[in-house]
Write a protein that binds this ligand. Sequence first.
Ligand code: ADP
Ligand code: MG
Length: 265
Amino acid sequence: MTDLANQLASSSSTHSHTAESPAPPVADLRNITKSYFKPDGTVMVKALAGIDLTISKGEYLAIMGASGSGKSTLMNILGCLDRPTTGVYQLDGLNVASADDETLSKIRGEKIGFVFQAFNLIPAMTVLENIEVPLFYQEVHRHERLERSKEKLKLVGLADRMDRRPSELSGGQQQRAAIARALVTDPAIILADEPTGNLDTATGEAILQIFDEFHNRGLTIIMVTHEDNVAERCQRIVTLKDGLVESDHPVQNSKDDIDTYTTKK
Ligand code: ADP
Ligand code: MG
């Protein structure tokens, strides 16, 4: 096996990296702060007050915390949608905190896949065209765009819906299309902000099974959730309070065992 394959194999067979030698970090945040300022330049809100967080390749991490604790602000920084006020953020070996706008958006396009609560598909485009969008921005040629988009649609079970508009799909199908769009660039991290928040329990469960499956394939997933039973499927739960990490612990009965059983059937 290659180094990476070894790391991925060990990451899916253990519940946590913290006890043994860790896989290389895909994201490393050191003393990250984020303040929002008033027009007069004084601090209005210190949304993040000094976050230290190291995320290893292949980790499946839940971010929890009360409303206003800084989850979205942290996700925006992790996803290169916004820059910290102070601190150091290394994403896949790149120093992101000091990148200019153009570099930041290029890094975002290559390294990050987003899944939102509200799906955020473009209504006027077909499902297939929606999946192609991130590749279009990377100037991938049409033939390769189509190949890669169809492949990801197949993985999420939507190959037979690719010519439909998003409005012709159920909520669960739209979220599966959004996951295919997030995956199509083969990003380093998937960031999901309450991906099951707009779905009923059964449909949400099907979406979470897709995340479990991609986690087992070695993908790094960071998910914001308010629900304990969703967080407990992850390997690690980070809880924020007042812009700080209040707790950070591995999940004991991670879903890994059940998934291993399921895939063996
Ligand atoms: P969460 O996602 O956990 O609910 P947020 O990261 O959205 O928390 O917000 C953290 C704090 O920062 C809150 O006090 C919120 O009101 C504030 N905040 C978030 N975004 C902005 C903004 N664009 N301008 C000013 N304050 C903001
Ligand atoms: Mg939020």
